[in-house]
Write a protein of this length. Structure first.
Length: 734
């Protein structure tokens, strides 16, 4: 391994001589720097062991217990005062410095005095069914007050009524399928099930197809552990607290937008900041409301019209119909959806803690997680907060012991108001944008730390893939059965469960869905998202965003010994240790080149002929990617050739080039109609949870195919993409 090996050898000797510890052969990279009369460790296997061993499952468990005593939604006293102070004070004891960043942002809540409901109404006005909006508490703890009732944040108040149509997952292709069946949902209410795409897109699609409202339910096939056609009300005992599945009365709250404070797009929500008129905010205009499957059953069981396609059938023991009318007695009934949500500006707080770097204090290596939860936040997000707090403590302890200091500044971020739309992290990156653009090395995100015990999963930008593989190889497998099967590390199970075409663990591209979004999409910061997960084919863990996502759920069903939580903490700590401490950044530019070539091939295979038929060639793009590959190879060679004798300035030059690669891909004019700037990865326009590759180009092609754009737009986007790949190439030149 070239230069790093050399650095390692030389410095192991130096270290052994200097402080007389044993030589750690075969372990990782080492580099020792002498500053005045003390020896500063850049990175060393001994330090790695110290930090990883300092991470304790019992501490994570205790953190989680403290974090989940009460519901703590964004803007609440519990989240903005109690937990904000808990984290601030804890970090003040472990870290060098702590800052609180407040923002005044537009939040959204369900009204208690004007509750949300769904009704089935006879033509004479009498009400046949009424769905209310609270969940049934299933244990003592869940009876605690102030859990928000059912609602979708940032959907408008008002009442809509009409016929009811079942629209499967509410994707564009589902609405298109209905048009093929000659069903026009215009002016009606639609009923979609959760899953497959971000809920905000379901609402957007319903609006696009002119529905006046949308009801979203959790189908027991997707969340209840039920086979198709098997649940009916007499089976009401299935699910939590007996199993990890969603009980019939549970439902999923959530937001329908992920763009930060809706009133300050592109700018931080400071007091001096101009707020746009709420009517101009990018928010839905139709009523939307989530319900449980117990409640959905009542409507679905009496829905009329033709049978829904086989693929649209779900876990309720009925034949799912398309709707448009109801059966028998209810034939002429209409559905009414009433939403009493209100919006209010509130102060929310990010807590930011620092361990100052000794050599490059102006370079930031960030680790973040959000604090706010829809209810108690057992998994989402407090499992992550508990882990990040323990990583901060472990690193802080080793620094305080005088055994290690990072070369670069480590920044721990505790984000506010993620659930209502990634608000805390968005406002912060908007405020610190210029600093982050110039000096942020990387961002590691942990939202839910653990939602199952099957395997780690990760998303990341390509330069970080190799580091993730290395770090997961350094962490013991938390699963004893896996160890017995000769899979001793987190890496081994990850590879076993989820190999890619090159027999490496699969790492997804990042779109949106958590707080890495603005780091990557706005500031071009190399990013990672980590969690331990299940291997069932379900959209999320069953009680996601429900009342039942509690400490007890974690303890009973997910990670009773907190050993998977500990493993995630250790992976994150190892990644942070290496990024903050190795003199030459462990970022691999060659993997980016490989990714671009792969994406090019996929574009060419899917659309090459079509593009050629319309006079559009991919040759410039191809040669730009080739140029990028050459520069990446060259930069990697230079990085590898650095030795212990290399000057600080030559190390800095290489590092600046390594961490800035994603900056090159930013187009400051933004992708068409969007705030996002990264031309290689963006949240898909049709499912923000997913990433789309070459988003400007693929969206433009999609639009032409759907008669809402032209080949000229495609040409323009292709040239932007090519130019930005050349910009990224240009940044790799000293
Ligand atoms: C309204 O119509 C329904 C169905 O026909 C009937 O059951 C109900 O009694 C009627 N209510 C009133 C107040 O007339
Ligand atoms: C919800 O419905 C249940 C049973 O139908 C009822 O007991 C309860 O009072 C209702 N709650 C609200 C808030 O309307
Ligand atoms: C929505 O709520 C606002 C106050 O919060 C109220 O003024 C308005 O009338 C409500 N609109 C509807 C359609 O209920
Ligand atoms: C659906 O119906 C509305 C009016 O009810 C009409 O404006 C619209 O064009 C129709 N859409 C399609 C695709 O037929
Ligand atoms: C929705 O309504 C608009 C405006 O009336 C109309 O142009 C459009 O065709 C409608 N869309 C569908 C899918 O019916
Ligand atoms: C579904 O309902 C039918 C009657 O409609 C019943 O015969 C069948 O046993 C039910 N299936 C399950 C899995 O409960
Ligand atoms: C911003 O305005 C709010 C409400 O007026 C006030 O409470 C807060 O102190 C102000 N913040 C700053 C930093 O001035
Ligand atoms: C905001 O927009 C609404 C709707 O267009 C309008 O009625 C209102 O006057 C606007 N408010 C301001 C302060 O401009
Ligand atoms: C993993 O979780 C499942 C489901 O809760 C449980 O049955 C299994 O025993 C767990 N495995 C290990 C090794 O913890
Ligand atoms: C990963 O480890 C290998 C083997 O030690 C080393 O050659 C490589 O440089 C490491 N990669 C990164 C990104 O740290
Ligand atoms: C857009 O075009 C694609 C490809 O032809 C098609 O699958 C999709 O259904 C279309 N969507 C709309 C909204 O027309
Ligand atoms: Zn979350």
């Amino acid at each position: 391994s070239g230069a790093k090996g050399l650095l390692g050898m030389a410095s192991i000797l130096a270290a052994a001589l200097a402080i007389g510890i044993g030589i750690l052969i075969g372990k990782s990279v080492v580099n020792v720097k002498t500053i005045s009369d003390t020896i500063q460790w850049d990175f060393d296997a001994g330090i790695q062991d110290l930090i990883l061993n300092e991470i304790k499952a019992s501490n994570i468990k205790e953190n989680l217990r403290l974090l989940t005593v009460l519901p703590h939604e964004a803007g609440s006293h519990q989240d903005e005062v109690v937990l904000t102070n808990l984290i601030k004070e804890t970090w003040e004891t472990h870290l060098d410095k702590v800052e609180v960043y407040p923002y005044n942002v537009l939040l959204s809540y369900p009204s208690i005095s004007d509750p949300n409901y769904i009704e089935l109404v006879f033509p004479n006005g009498s009400v046949a069914l009424k769905t209310n909006y609270t969940e049934v508490p299933l244990d003592q703890n869940e009876k605690k007050p102030k859990v928000l009732p059912s609602f979708l944040a940032h959907t408008p108040n008002g009442t809509a009524s009409g016929d009811l149509y079942y629209v499967n997952y509410g994707r564009v292709e589902d609405f298109e399928e209905l048009l093929k069946l000659n069903v026009n949902v215009s002016g009606s209410i639609c009923m979609a099930r959760y899953g497959r795409i971000f809920r905000g897109e379901k609402v957007k699609n319903a609006e696009l197809y002119n529905c006046t409202g949308i009801v979203i339910f959790t189908d027991p096939f997707d969340y209840g552990g039920m086979a198709k056609h098997s649940w009916s009300p007499e089976k009401s005992s299935i699910g939590y607290p007996n199993t990890w599945w969603l009980p019939p009365s549970g439902f999923q709250r959530g937001s329908v937008q992920m763009l930060g404070d809706p009133l300050t797009p592109g700018y931080p929500s400071l007091n001096l900041t101009y707020r746009i008129n709420e009517s101009k905010a990018k928010l839905p205009k139709i009523q939307a409301q989530p319900i449980s499957y117990e409640q959905a059953y009542e409507y679905m069981a009496i829905l009329g019209g033709q049978d829904a396609p086989e693929k649209w059938q779900g876990g309720l023991n009925i034949t799912y119909k398309i709707g448009g009318s109801f059966k028998a007695l209810h034939k002429n009934c209409k559905v009414r959806i009433h939403v009493g949500n209100y919006k209010v500006q509130k102060k929310v707080h990010n807590v930011i803690g620092y361990i100052k770097g000794w050599q490059d204090p102006d370079k930031y290596v960030l680790l973040g997680n959000h604090r706010d939860a829809w209810a108690f936040g057992g998994l989402d997000p407090s499992s992550g907060t508990a882990v990040v707090m323990e990583v901060a403590r472990a690193m802080g302890v080793v620094v305080k012991q005088g055994k290690w200091k990072p070369r670069r500044t480590i920044v721990f971020c505790n984000w506010a108001a993620e659930e209502p739309g990634l608000i805390g992290s968005t406002e912060w990156t908007e405020q610190l944008e210029k600093r982050l653009l110039l000096r942020a090395v990387s961002y590691v995100n942990i939202d839910i730390a653990v939602q199952g015990n099957a395997t780690m999963r990760a998303g990341s930008t390509p330069t970080l893939h190799n580091l993730l593989y290395n770090s997961t190889k350094s962490v013991q497998n938390p699963n004893e059965e896996e160890k017995k099967k000769n899979r001793p590390t987190v890496y081994d199970t990850w590879l076993h469960k989820n190999p890619n075409d090159h027999n490496l663990p699969f790492i997804r591209n990042l779109g949106s869905g958590s707080d890495y979004t603005t780091f990557l999409q706005r500031c071009g910061v190399a990013s990672v998202d980590l969690r331990y997960t299940f291997d069932e084919h379900i959209p999320s863990y069953p009680v996601y965003h429900s009342l039942h996502d509690t400490f007890k759920y974690m303890e009973n069903f997910i990670d009773p010994e907190f050993k998977y939580s500990k493993a995630i903490g250790q992976v994150a700590a190892d990644v942070m240790l290496k990024l903050s401490s190795l003199s030459v950044l462990p970022l691999n530019p060659i993997d980016y080149a490989a990714k671009l070539r792969y994406m090019f091939k996929s574009l060419e295979t899917t659309n090459g002929k079509l593009l050629a038929a319309n006079g559009i060639q991919l040759t410039d793009l191809n040669s730009a990617i080739w140029e990028f590959g050459k520069a990446a190879q060259n930069l990697n060679n230079v990085a590898q050739s650095l030795t212990l004798a290399s000057s600080e300035s030559s190390i800095r030059i290489v590092n600046d080039q390594l961490f800035q690669i994603d900056r090159g891909f930013l187009d400051f004019n933004g992708l068409p109609g969007r705030l996002w700037r990264h031309v290689i990865f963006a949240p898909s326009s049709h499912n923000a949870y997913r990433a789309s590759g070459f988003p400007g180009v693929t969206d433009a092609i999609y639009n032409v195919l759907n008669n809402s754009g032209s080949w000229e737009d495609v040409k323009q986007q292709l040239s932007v993409l090519t130019l930005k790949i050349l910009s990224a190439t240009d940044l790799m030149i000293a």
